[in-house]
Design a protein around this ligand. Structure first.
Ligand SMILES: [Fe+2]
Length: 468
């Protein structure tokens, strides 16, 4: 069935502004409150799950939705909006049939016969999670799958790539681009050994290095981190277990007895080069950045005490334990000692830095601030200053929720925070979608421009900035 546009459902992820939209729209010269800075030129992009056809509305999981990109292009103080589905193979098959073909992760064991045609992919590459921009190429990403190439500014889908046949493993939604070397580091995790694989793609887009990474059992490894010298792997205890799922349990579960450790490997290292460091048990979904500092490797990420991702993350009674806080690990490669600590009291995720300085030491981390009462909901944005150990924030106001905010450097930027934070915000009371621009040097002042989008922009996953 196709979800209705009425955006009311008993499924949390199909209700209100989590509900998908069915139309692809364009709007030029968006109405603005305030002023769009003239030194902002490029594309603000946000991708998220937007199911076109659903097998079973009650069982639908937000990870199952077809990717849809919402884009705002800035040039000369003006802004244009556009949204497009990512036209993946699975999406096109379902559009041609006019109904569902793929059942979704919560319906794998449903006895309804498969509709997947012979020769079609057994799993849908959803391209719904995040972006990478590397070698002048925009990729829409989905971690069990291959990257999907999408062109700018029209958001036309070119298709999935396996890097001339050299990519042999799933490709994380969170590869890291070191803009100094031009290299893109990536990894993937799997149910079957090798449970983790890692690759480096050079500045010209050629995959030049791959290695398996040995861990004891498969885990949900959504993100990793990269410094100038090392790549860091997070063997944390959200375990993947197909047999547990077949026995009626969750495929993903938080198993604290698995422990938590961080693997540190030189950028062009092999499996045997990985040094593992035990750390306090917790849960990390997203890292912010990592860097080398003397004998130490420093990692900053959003970390929570536990995770209920197995239960779709909807239990509202333990949000304080499942919502992350900005956290730091300092791994001394000489002594083997690890120092770790919480950096900020605010509950946050979608941690970001100025992408031009990723893999190098950064002073500022930006993140979306969690609403303490409603799962999967962000009602503000924060900036953490490592030099001052200070958290600044801007809250969107009552009944207003946002998502990932990205840093966009201004033209001619000098300082690390010379630029803007951009995000979509939904005014739920008035059912209006907005795009906010904040001065990254003064986020507490609130938006310097609020763009009024004449269409509904549903909540989504990750965002990106691609400069002109
Ligand atoms: Fe993510």
């Amino acid at each position: 069935m196709a979800p209705s546009d009425a955006n009311q459902s008993t499924n949390f992820f199909l209700d209100g502004n989590f509900a998908p939209v069915s139309q692809e729209c364009d709007a030029r010269n968006l109405a603005v409150t305030g002023q769009i800075p003239k030194d902002l030129a490029g594309h603000f992009l946000r991708v998220g799950p937007n199911p076109a056809h659903i097998f079973d509305e009650a069982a639908y999981h937000t990870f199952d939705g077809d990717g849809m990109i919402h884009a705002v292009e800035f040039q000369d103080g003006q802004a244009h909006y556009r949204n497009r589905f990512v036209q993946t193979e699975g999406f096109k098959l379902e559009q041609a049939r006019g109904d569902w073909i793929y059942k979704g992760m919560n319906s794998m064991l449903d006895p309804t016969p498969s509709r997947i045609p012979d020769g079609a992919p057994r799993n849908k590459n959803l391209a719904n999670t995040a972006f990478a921009y590397h070698n002048n190429t925009l990729y829409a990403l989905h971690e069990p799958s291959q990257p999907t190439v999408v062109t700018l500014p029209d958001l036309t889908t070119k298709g999935a790539t396996n890097f001339d046949g050299l990519l042999k493993h799933p490709f994380t939604a969170h590869p890291k681009v070191d803009q100094d070397s031009g290299e893109m580091m990536t990894f993937g995790y799997a149910f079957q050994a090798p449970y983790v694989s890692y690759s480096v793609i050079d500045a010209e887009g050629k995959l030049i290095h791959s290695t398996p990474i040995t861990i004891t059992k498969p885990v949900f490894m959504h993100d990793f981190a990269v410094t100038q010298r090392y790549s860091l792997f997070l063997d944390f205890p959200i375990t993947l277990d197909i047999e547990r799922a077949i026995a009626g349990g969750p495929a993903l579960d938080f198993e604290p007895e698995h422990g938590s450790r961080i693997g540190v490997m030189p950028r062009f290292g092999q499996d045997a080069d990985v040094r593992w460091f035990e750390v306090e048990t917790g849960s990390v979904v997203h890292t912010a950045n990592a860097w080398d500092e003397g004998e130490e490797v420093v990692l900053q990420a959003s970390r929570s005490k536990t995770s209920d991702i197995a239960g779709a993350g909807l239990a509202a009674d333990n949000l304080a334990d499942t919502q992350g806080q900005l956290y730091e690990w300092r791994i001394n490669l000489t002594t083997g000692a690890v120092k770790e600590r919480t950096l900020s009291p605010l509950r946050c995720d979608f941690t970001r830095v100025n992408d031009t300085q990723a893999c190098h030491q950064t002073r500022y981390v930006y993140a979306a601030v969690f609403n303490p009462e409603r799962p999967f909901s962000f009602d503000g944005v924060m900036k953490f200053d490592n030099a001052k150990q200070l958290t600044l924030s801007f809250m969107y106001g009552p009944d207003r929720f946002g998502g990932e905010a990205v840093f966009a450097p201004k033209i001619g930027a000098v300082d690390e925070d010379d630029g803007y934070l951009i995000c979509f915000v939904q005014d739920e009371l008035n059912q209006r979608s907005e795009c906010l621009i904040l001065d990254a040097k003064d986020i507490e002042a609130g938006p310097i421009a609020t763009l009024h989008i004449p269409y509904r922009v549903p909540y989504g996953f990750h965002a990106a900035w691609v400069a002109h």
